[in-house]
Design a binder for this molecule. Sequence first.
Ligand code: NDP
Length: 240
Amino acid sequence: MARVAVVTGGTRGIGEAISRMLKDDGFTVVANYAGNEAKARDFTARTGIAAYRWDVGDHEATLAGCAQIAAEVGPIDVVVNNAGITRDGVLHKMSFEDWNEVMRINLGGCFNMAKATFPGMRERGWGRIVNIGSINGQAGQYGQVNYAAAKSGIHGFTKALAQEGAKYGVTVNAIAPGYIDTDMVAAVPAPVLEKIVAKIPVGRLGQAEEIARGVSFLCSDSAGFVTGSTMSINGGQHMY
Ligand code: NDP
């Protein structure tokens, strides 16, 4: 029977590319989304991949969503924590709500999904968790103390949980994308984006499929010796 993979925020942008590639890899894929019904319906019609709606920042809703998937589709073997938001602003103008919402969804979502699925993976002796961090969690970014803190937290979360999963066949890794051509980046003002692209050695934005390819590898059986790692896919913008 095909393994079941859940991709949070899996109905558009990078998440859509991940959902599609994992389906091509032979997984039974379920995509989660927050509230954009039109995009989710269109995604399911185009891909045949089921979409389940809940807020990954809501602990109880995440437990319920994953329980529903386990009952309707099967036990969850793979989780890609891709859902994320930005609420940018310099610190002296950032509200507590903007801080908290980004921490709650971007970092809290990883905890909630792991609470819902890691124990089952551990019991069954096989699992894959891939967390989507960011170059801005590695390097910091002006106007993003909330986002950079949450994404940086994801990289620490990954290394800690990897240690807990290692002897049970559960790998936990992160991908730190650079700037990828999605709705999230389209929201960046054009003059700011031009300056960003000028700093990317490869000379262009990345494509969602280039992130999905990394996720596909980390979710495969051949990646069983890779755990606690962060794969940077950023066109050479940040190397360390
Ligand atoms: P998009 O804004 O294009 O898509 C975000 C997805 O996340 C949507 O499917 C959205 O659902 C979902 N989502 C948002 N909030 C929640 C929530 N509370 N619960 C469940 N789902 C939620 O994002 P990208 O594709 O650009 O980014 C994907 C990930 O990659 C994010 O974690 C982002 O931080 C990270 N990243 C992106 C980079 C980029 O350059 N684009 C660079 C580095 C990292 P809905 O459609 O319902 O709104």
